[in-house]
Design a protein around this ligand. Structure first.
Ligand code: FMN
Length: 227
């Protein structure tokens, strides 16, 4: 029934025609079934770049991390808080039904896990990150959600304070906080888009976090219930 419905969609039909041309010997329904089965078992990850500063290092670094998870077979979505519909919450619209906010939140939360890439702003995380959290539905948004953290900073603390303050909040909101964090200090001196991280230790720490967080996401986490 579901497959029949798919077949009525013209974009999918075009796709099927091209598949039939390429793999004439394979049945189109078999291929769709295969795709659905593979995507069902694929874990999904949302990476959130947690600043709204245009041209941020945070977003550049999040883009660097994304393919590392994809290479391990995860389906990864990258979201930047630059796109948070901030104008729609002006004036304090807590608890209001705001379609743009709901869509943004759903895009972030419809996933098996979240990686937050957090820059250090005034010894903390950017204000837009707290605003985003304050407009998530309460109390279930982060409930039982596996999360990992990467901190970056111009200074020598690598976003340690920013990440630890964020961990306190998501802990309060009952997330599963992955214990392996990565902190990149003096970001501009150790990273370029062309060559990635220049410091071997940072490369190794990031690679380790990616591998272990991907493995962590393979677990079946106990469902939490606030009763
Ligand atoms: C408003 C603001 C506050 C900042 N405060 C700090 C800070 O407290 N400590 C620090 O090491 N870097 C600080 N920085 C620099 C950022 O950590 C640095 O640019 C980093 O590479 C990531 O920020 P970005 O994603 O906005 O580029 C600040 C930057 C901004 C825009």
């Amino acid at each position: 029934m579901f497959l029949e419905k798919l077949g009525t969609n013209s974009r999918i039909n075009l796709f099927l025609v091209s598949i039939n041309d390429t793999f004439g010997w394979l049945n189109k329904y078999f291929i769709i079934r295969l795709i659905l089965i593979i995507s069902y078992f694929m874990k999904t990850l949302t990476i959130v770049a947690t600043t709204d500063r245009p041209g941020s290092n945070t977003l550049r670094f999040a883009k660097h991390i994304k393919p590392m998870y994809e290479e391990l077979g995860l389906s990864v979505k990258l979201i930047s808080l630059e796109d948070f519909p901030i104008a729609d919450v002006a004036g304090g619209r807590y608890g209001a039904d705001i379609p743009s906010i709901k869509k943004f939140n759903d895009d972030v939360l419809n996933t098996d896990g979240i990686l937050f890439v957090i820059p250090e702003y005034n010894g903390s995380f950017p204000g837009i990150f707290k605003l985003f959290i304050d407009y998530l539905p309460f109390p279930n948004s982060f409930l039982g959600m596996p999360m990992a953290f990467v901190g970056i900073a111009a200074g020598s603390f690598g976003g340690l304070r920013a990440v630890e303050q964020a961990e306190m909040i998501v802990g309060y909101r009952n997330a599963y906080v992955f214990p392996e964090r990565v902190f990149i200090a003096e970001f501009n001196k150790v990273y370029t888009d062309q060559d990635g991280l220049s410091k071997p230790l940072y490369k190794q720490l990031l690679k380790s976090q990616v591998k272990n967080f991907a493995t962590y996401l393979d677990n079946n986490f106990p469902k939490l219930d606030l009763g």
